[in-house]
Design a protein around this ligand. Structure first.
Ligand SMILES: Cc1cc2nc3c(=O)[nH]c(=O)nc-3n(C[C@H](O)[C@H](O)[C@H](O)COP(=O)(O)OP(=O)(O)OC[C@H]3O[C@@H](n4cnc5c(N)ncnc54)[C@H](O)[C@@H]3O)c2cc1C
Length: 392
């Protein structure tokens, strides 16, 4: 939609083809229906992208403030939470989709909905697109914004990767990202349903692969929430590795907790009450039991070494990883067309004249927090505004 709007602005006659019955179907469900559109801390370093300089170039062409200005232009006002996540003031993704639909209409863009592109063929003048309606249409320029394979019920099923490959591009393996992580949960069954903020470290043997801090929830099958979703592409790209997640819910409170323990030393205070000063109430009994002590043990019944053992186990809760949930449950698809095959100054293919590739079709993953929509909007905007310029 962004690509179409900017292309129309640059004077092109634009047709937007989408397999869905309405535009912006996926946008509608983002941010749990609130649309986390971008992030105030937008920076190339937050993305998993083979070339950070590539992402930096794109964000310099069209970054966070450009996007906020663009939203104002189409009638979407935004605000940011204290941690920088940006949402529409309406807190409704529907108002954003309606603003896009209205802008597309006013720009005179022809919508071809409920229609799938089945194959793309290169011709001398441009491209022929075979459609699911049986029709074939031609275009001298083509922007592919077909997404990846995440959440197929919302329209993106990766169906155009075969055509993109036939045109000459490579496709890195497509795997779920920003996905819930499945783990052996038996040792933690008493904590099902518990949600808390924690540091999460992902290890392969003793090697730290990645680390995040954020919110997560324990379920019967594994861990869900931003803190683990941001690590999931490291897991889905290592299908045979022995991986472990270590949770540290004391990541920002251990010093304070140790001071409190020192003050309460020698009193008949239950350790679980002291741990409860910084942890949700379900956690302390489980952590004390795992360290090998009765859940109601008093602080004056433990020596320093024993309280230290409880704190160490509380600061390193291990979860054996068994995998990630599939494309049906993930927010983003990792893999796709390598960024090295696309010019970030205009999003044009470096291999196929006339072809432009944007959004999740490319091998880029951002963390939770508005980074993936920003990438889709940035790459779309640059693609559209450059569509009329002669190749450099
Ligand atoms: C549940 C959920 C919540 C999310 N929340 C957020 C969030 O709050 N913030 C954030 O930054 N990111 C979020 N994301 C990720 C974000 O939605 C995506 O990164 C973004 O939508 C990618 O945009 P895109 O245009 O590249 O692809 P898509 O949004 O997937 O759009 C691709 C479009 O192409 C169409 N299409 C595909 N193939 C064909 C074909 N062959 N013919 C015709 N049309 C076709 C599809 O119907 C679809 O409309 C979320 C994702 C999900 C699934």
């Amino acid at each position: 939609m962004t690509a179409a709007l900017f292309a129309a602005k640059s004077g092109k006659k634009v047709r937007l083809i989408d397999g869905n019955e309405q535009v912006g179907r996926k946008l509608l469900v983002t941010g749990s229906g609130r649309a986390n559109l971008t992030n105030q801390h937008m920076n190339a370093s937050h993305y998993t992208c083979a070339d950070a300089a590539w992402m930096d170039t794109l964000l310099k062409r069209f970054g966070h403030t450009d996007l906020i200005d663009f939203f104002h232009e189409i009638g979407v006002l935004t605000f940011s939470t204290s941690d920088g996540w940006c949402y529409p003031v309406s807190e409704s993704a529907q108002t954003v989709v309606e603003a896009f639909a209205c802008a597309l209409h006013l720009a005179g863009i022809e919508l071809v909905l409920n229609t799938k592109v089945t194959t793309i063929d290169k011709t001398k003048e441009g491209f022929n697109l075979d459609l699911s309606t049986g029709a074939t249409i031609s275009a001298n320029r083509l922007i592919v914004a077909a997404g990846g394979k995440a959440y197929p019920t919302l329209g993106s099923r990766g169906e155009l990767f075969a055509s993109i490959k036939n045109l000459g591009h490579s496709i890195t393996p497509l795997v779920p990202a920003l996905a819930p992580v499945t783990c052996e949960m038996k040792p933690w069954s008493k904590l099902t349903g518990l949600r808390f903020d924690t540091r999460v470290s992902l290890y392969e043997s003793n090697t730290l692969l990645a680390e995040t801090t954020g919110n997560l929830i324990l379920t019967e099958w594994g861990l869900n929430g931003p803190a683990v979703m941001d690590l999931s592409h490291h897991i889905s790209t290592r299908p045979n590795a022995k991986l472990e997640l270590i949770l540290n819910p004391l990541f920002n409170s251990e010093g304070e907790l140790r001071d409190l323990i020192a003050r309460k030393h020698g009193t008949a205070t239950p350790l679980r009450v002291i741990l409860g000063s910084v942890l949700p109430p379900k956690l302390p009994p489980v952590l004390i039991a795992r360290a090998g002590y009765p859940v109601d043990v008093l602080i004056n019944e433990l020596n320093n070494g024993q309280t230290d053992k409880v704190l160490k186990s509380a600061a390193a809760m291990p979860f054996k990883v068994t995998g990630v949930r599939g494309f049906e449950y993930c927010q983003v698809c990792a893999g796709g067309v390598p960024v090295s095959e696309v010019d970030p100054m205009n999003m044009r293919s470096r291999l196929v004249p006339g072809l432009t590739l944007v959004g999740e079709t490319l091998d880029v993953v951002g963390p939770c927090g508005g980074y993936n929509l920003q990438f889709a909007f940035s790459s779309g905007a640059v693609a559209g505004m450059e569509i009329n310029n002669p190749p450099k």
